[in-house]
Structures are given as structure tokens and as C-alpha cells.
Design a protein around this ligand. Sequence first.
Ligand SMILES: Cc1ncc(COP(=O)(O)O)c(C=O)c1O
Length: 392
Amino acid sequence: MPTKSHVRLREELERELRALEARRQRRTLATPAGVNLCSNDYLGLAERAELHAAVVQAVEDALRVGGTGSRLLSGHSAVWEEIEEEFARFAGTEAALYFGSGYAANLGLLGALLGKGDIAFSDALNHASLIDGLRLSGARKVIYRHRDMEALESALREHAGETGRKVIVTESVFGMDGDCAPIAEMLELAERYGAGLIVDEAHATAVHGPAGRGLVAAAGAEQHVWAVVHMCGKALASAGAFVCGSELLKQTLVNRARTMIFSTAMPPYLAGQIRAALRLALGMDAERAALLERARSFAGELRAAGWNTAGSASQIVPVLIGGNGEAIAAAEHLQAAGFAVRPIRPPTVPEGTARLRLSLTAAISAETLQRLGAALQEWREQRPRGAAMVHA
Ligand SMILES: Cc1ncc(COP(=O)(O)O)c(C=O)c1O
């Protein structure tokens, strides 16, 4: 017999879910079927036989397959030290520290460096992990218009007289718009106004920059940013993330990053998976170039056909639809045509900008993209008249 409080909780939760449903924002879990356009496995490594074999080998070589405790207790081992050194070389920084997820890395990093009395300048479209990290840190948050350097500069100027740490926080390739932050310009502003720069490379790691080393490396800024965060769960087809920066930053995180200190280490064989993925990815310059060229040409074709693809300049091509119901209808149309496409709705993206987020991977051919463009066009022609669309 459920208790009174349990009955009340059920009623409240059901009411909340119904309200989400009414706004067409209720999410459900579904296994992708058809051509996968919602995967972040940009280089197709998750299905590569060499990576599978490396994982099996890493499990066999591992003395234990459990994390067993925090890295500060029993969870540390030589494999973590080795992969951190190797990853720091990849990132071009003095040191790197591994976290079990990108979300945990951002929370741990921001919480360790910032507190009450500090100010963070944050791009309006930053990922939830950066938003939550800043919120938890207690620092004051100043949000500037997406990628708008004038807005950023005027915010920095406005707070120039204030003491406390100041830092600009940005993604390098934005996950929902597929556009890129102007890292060199941001670094210049940061230096002019006595601020630091923290860059989340989640969607750039192994895809953008020299040998896939990200946009911070492309700008030659590895030694100048406070930290750069590279994720392993996307193009590296593994899990976790490295916060890369100075040795002093690493030691500070070991002492202050709560998401690392108070969390069980990942199983050691994962270090073997990351190392194998990183080595494979380093040799994939041709695949990277082909992927980015295919995405550029696909986005260009969509724009020519009148679709709004925001500022896409990467393997992520959003197609802005506008209303939630419309985005769901468009996604369902594409799903019926054999494409695994998800509608992205608020609060993940701003109100009124619900979209299809087409995430291209090395496995998707130009011919498939042509069929996708045709299916989109078909939806546009048959959708109910008067339906809202966000125009180019
Ligand atoms: C920009 C960005 N930062 C951080 C994360 C979190 O990384 P992870 O999935 O490893 O927790 C994501 C994942 O979606 C992301 O897109």
C-alpha cells in the first residue's frame, strides 16, 4: 500500500509530465533506427574492428576490471598516469587530468577555479555542463550574446574595475548550432581585460584543428588558455574527458575538483580504449577533411534550398524549424524515410528555435545526404499550411 506522500509524489510527477507533453517537450528514450544522424561518433570509430580488438585486449591485460574507489583512494593506477601524459601531448599542454565524463570534467573544473566574488563571462549557447558548473561554483555569471565579440568586450569593460577572478567560458564548436568560437580573438580580449579563457572542445576533439587537436591548438593557444577540455565520448568513441592545462592546474584539480575526488574511478581498461582511439584518430586526417568538406557542401545545399542552418561550419548541421510540434513532425517524417533524426527542443535550445540536429559522421555518404535533403524538401511541401518555420 503506497504511503500518502508516495501518492502525492506520483500525482505531482504525472502532472509535470503532462505539462511537458502539452508543450510538446516530453522526451522519451528510443533506439535509433536507419541512417544514424544523431550520433557524435564523428569518425566512425565506435564500429571500427581495431578499436573493438583494443578494448578486448585492454580488458584481458587489466589486473582488475572495477574502478574500486576514487582516484584519491584505490582507483588510481599507472594506466591513468600514462594516458594523461599521452593526452597532454595531444592537447599541447603541460598536463592533463581524466574525469569519468565531460559533464563531470566541466563541473569539477569550474567549481575548483571559481567561487563567490569571481565573474564568468559565458556564451549564451554554452552546454548545460558549463551552465551547471558555473551555477554550482557560486561565481557571478555574465551571459553574452552567442559568439558576439562586441558584446563580450563591452561586458568585460563594464566589469573591468572589479576584483576577483575573471574568466571567459566557451565551447569551441557549438554542439547545437555547429558554429565555431573565434578562439584567437577571445584570447586577445581575455588578455586585454585580465581574464582567463576556458574552452570546451567536446565537438572538436579529434575532428577539428591540426591532427584533430581542436580549435585551441588551431589558434596556437594551448599554452595561453587556463584550461581546454577534450571529451572522449564523441569522436574518440570512448567515455570521459581530459581537462588539459598546466601541472599546477592538475594538482589544484586533484585537490579541489569535487566530481573527481568524490567519484569512483572508471575501470582501468577504459584507458586502453582511449589510447587506442586516440592513436587511430591521429592518423585520420583524410577522413576529417572529407567529413568537414561533405558537411560544408551539404549545409550549403540546404541553405540554397531556403533552410536555416544557423552558422554551421562543422560536421553538425542544424535545420531550424521553430515550433516544437513542427520539429517533431519533421523528425517523424525523416524517421519514416529511414533516417534516425531527433528533434531538439527547449530547454536544450532557446524557445522558438526547435530544430533537427543533423550530426554527420564519416560513415554517411554524399548520396545519403542527397536523399536526406530530398526527404526534408518533401516534408516542407506536404506540411500543413500556415505552420511556422524559422527562415534563412
Ligand atoms: C559541449 C559539451 N560539453 C560537455 C558535454 C558532456 O560530455 P559527456 O557526454 O562526456 O558528459 C557535452 C555532451 O553532450 C557537450 O556537448
